[in-house]
Ligand binder design. Structure first.
Ligand code: ADP
Length: 719
């Protein structure tokens, strides 16, 4: 190789080296730029310095905090030379860290430093790591972040949390205190409740005792007045005594209401649960009000669905009380028109029957705004009610409670001045005899016969006409007495098989004349049935030469009784006079004289018993308590015992049990009738359980006593 060749070769190697160097430089630059770019994008301030604390580099975030733009502005400078506006405390801290790290070569990572910078508290998250070259420390790399706001937020959060937990703690304490207070209040309440229950019990007992004490002399007033009414007295004395009797009766009613009300208040009102004749209870309740209604010339109507069963299980006395209360109110608040009870079947299953009752009247009515209030205790329509009609305002509140106890509800619809309708339903349990023992409705039995109803009451015609049609009658109706009278006088019109005459359409004389003429015109084919409301009319009929053998029934008419009456009219020659449904029962006076043992610890009651029984021709002996009754009935022969229940030494139940035990040996049954102080107490059921044959309630009314004696003696086959 010649010189030129070698020179050329060297030159090209040099060129290559130059190119390689340029390439390396550009790569280095690129790497540095890349590194700077990474640094600039980190979310921390970063700088690195040599051992003389001069900047070797930094990122953008670092210079920007001092208002500089370019990291190169600080290169080669110390903090002072670069005029970085760092507060003294931070500058000192950085310096100290840099020195420590460069001296010991140990990194200090992420320490959280708290510095006071220009009067402000600041928090820095700070790392310093040594930079090495060939094992020697050549500088330090620092990175930091101001985390003051995060720390402050955390602090705020902590404070908030502390505050919350304080709140919770305080609330918990307050709640505990409230709980304690509640527990104390509960204890107080329990004590107060006990005291209240005691007070209620005492009050109930007090009311019971007082009413018993009032009832006993009142019973005597009622009984003695009734006895006096039966003696020879003047018209005026009769009126005075009747007023006494009415007042004593209404006082008794009020006392019973008060007693019931106090029981309701004490939650002690309990129902009896016995088998009883439903229809008879409804009908007899209505009949017991007949005298009062007809005294006011008000029609009383009973409309009981013929499909309703006879016997059910429930509380007959409370059912009676509901009816007496509602119908009694109707009579009180009605001056003209009619009062009716209707009973329909709502539904029945194999166990229960739900009946819909309605008591309606054509009385003064109840203004709409007072209709809800009158079901509350002591509420009346207005203040003048007591003045004009009397009453305590307790009746309806008791009735609604009783209805509720019998699983029913009660409602009222009324038009002021026109009348009221109280509707309620009651549920009773069916028993084996419910349908078996029922009086049968003889559908179609009188087919081919014609009945003429002479009556001016449309409801009566509807109800009785309906029954007659069911039994097969063709029914004719004449509502106007004049029209009937004209027909008879001119001997016109169809001749019926049955003439039902309302005896109060005209005065008794006119009725007797016209019906007498009708009897002549119609002849024997036509049977006459008078519906009566007063006893005097009966005397007139019996005294009339043509009509004396006519049949009669007292209103209110019960359809089953009417049916029985018609069967006897059309099937026998019986003159019917002595089987009439009088509202004064048939006297026992003419019957046998009984030997009665009257058991009662009160002399006043013995006096009443003696007066009533001797009036009917019976002989009376007395026992002062159950023990005496057991002894006397062992040594002497009596036909019947009337036994008081509450007595000292031995009560009526126990005495009866002793007597019944004794009879097991003799086989002779001595009838015992209980005389209960309060028939509503549930005594009825207990008396029968104790082996008694029946019961009557005080005050002993002569009619009630006669009926009870009659019933027992009939069962015995004696009367
Ligand atoms: P009392 O009849 O003893 O006043 P009640 O509770 O039985 O008490 O009745 C409350 C009130 O409701 C009566 O005072 C009367 O004002 C009114 N009232 C009840 N039934 C009737 C009725 N059938 N017609 C008109 N007002 C009635």
């Amino acid at each position: 190789m010649n010189f030129d060749d070698s020179t050329t070769q060297q030159t090209s190697e040099l060129e290559l080296l130059k190119i390689q160097r340029d390439e390396a430089r550009s790569q280095l630059k690129e790497t540095r730029n890349m590194l700077q770019m990474v640094m600039d994008n980190l979310p921390q301030q970063i700088y690195w310095k040599n051992r003389q604390h001069r900047f070797l580099g930094c990122n953008k975030l670092f210079v920007e905090q001092f208002g500089l733009e370019n990291p190169e502005d600080v290169l080669g400078k110390t903090d002072d030379e670069a005029e970085l506006k760092l507060c003294d405390a931070i500058r000192a801290l950085f310096k100290q860290r840099e020195m420590e790290v460069m001296r010991h070569g140990i990194p200090q990572y992420h320490s959280l430093e708290n510095v006071e910078a220009d009067g402000e508290e600041r928090w820095l998250d700070l790392s310093h790591v040594p930079l090495f070259r060939d094992g020697d420390i050549i500088g330090v790399l620092a990175s930091y972040r101001d985390v003051t706001s995060r720390i402050l937020d955390e602090e705020e959060l902590r404070k908030h949390r502390d505050h919350l937990s304080d709140l919770v703690k305080n609330r918990t304490l307050a709640l505990e205190a409230a709980n304690q207070e509640l527990a104390n209040t509960n204890v107080d309440l329990g004590n107060a409740n006990r005291a209240l229950a005691e007070a209620n019990k005492a009050k109930g007992q007090f009311v019971a005792n007082i009413s018993h004490e009032i009832r006993t002399p009142l019973n005597a007033v009622v009984a003695m007045t009734e006895l006096m009414l039966d003696t020879q007295i003047s018209q005026m004395q009769q009126e005075y005594l009747t007023t006494i009797l009415d007042s004593a009766d209404s006082l008794l009613f009020t006392i019973n209401d008060l007693l019931d009300y106090s029981k309701i208040e004490a939650g002690k009102l309990e129902l009896e649960y016995v088998k009883f004749n439903l229809r008879e209870t409804i009908e007899s309740s209505m009949k017991s009000l007949a005298v009062k209604a007809y005294e006011k010339d008000i029609e009383l109507l009973i409309d009981v669905d013929p499909d309703i069963p006879g016997f059910v299980k429930g509380d007959p006395l409370r059912l009676r009380q509901i009816i007496l209360n509602l119908v009694g109110n109707s009579i009180k608040f009605t001056t003209v028109g009619e009062i009716g009870i209707s009973v329909k079947l709502n539904e029945f299953t194999s166990h229960y029957i739900d009946l819909q009752f309605q008591v309606s009247d054509t009385g003064i009515g109840i203004p709409e705004e007072r209709q809800a209030a009158i079901f509350n205790a002591f509420e009346q329509v207005d203040n003048s009610t007591t003045r004009n009609y009397g009453g305590s305002g307790l009746g309806l509140s008791i009735v609604s409670q009783l209805v509720e106890l019998m699983h029913g509800t009660i409602s009222l619809s009324s038009e002021y001045g026109k009348g009221s309708k109280f509707s309620f339903n009651l549920v009773f349990e069916l028993v084996e005899e419910s349908f078996g023992g029922r009086r049968r409705d003889p559908k179609g039995k009188f087919k081919g016969k014609t009945a003429l109803i002479l009556d001016d009451n449309k409801e009566f015609i509807r109800i009785i006409g309906g029954s007659l049609k069911r039994w097969g009658f063709d029914v004719l109706v004449i509502e106007n007495f004049e029209i009937f009278s004209k027909q008879i006088l001119s001997e016109e019109g169809q001749i019926p098989d049955l003439l039902i005459v309302d005896s109060k359409m005209r005065d008794s004389g006119e009725i007797i004349d016209v019906v007498g003429a009708a009897k002549k015109f119609y002849g024997e084919k036509c049977k006459i049935l008078f519906t009566l409301t007063r006893g005097e009319m009966l005397t007139k009929i019996e005294g009339d030469s043509i009509l004396f053998s006519s049949a009669y029934m007292f209103k209110p008419i019960v359809d089953f009784e009417l049916c029985e009456k018609l069967q006897s009219i059309f099937t026998s020659e019986d003159d019917n006079r002595h089987s009439g449904m009088m509202h004064k029962s048939v006297s026992l006076h003419s019957g046998e004289s009984l030997n009665v043992l009257f058991v009662d610890d009160r002399p006043l009651n013995q006096k009443i018993g003696k007066a009533l029984l001797t009036k009917f021709g019976h002989k009376v002996d007395f026992a002062n308590n159950g023990e005496e009754a057991v002894e006397k009935s062992a040594s002497q022969v009596y036909d019947i015992i009337l036994m008081d229940i509450q007595m000292p030494k031995m009560d009526g139940y126990e005495a009866t049990r002793h007597i019944r035990d004794r009879e097991k040996k003799t086989g002779i049954h001595l009838p015992i009738i209980a005389v209960t102080a309060n028939a509503l107490k549930g005594d009825g059921d207990r008396t029968l359980e104790a082996g008694m044959d029946g019961y009557i309630s005080k005050p002993i009314r002569s009619e009630q006593l006669q009926n009870a004696l009659k019933k027992v003696m009939e069962q015995r086959g004696g009367c």
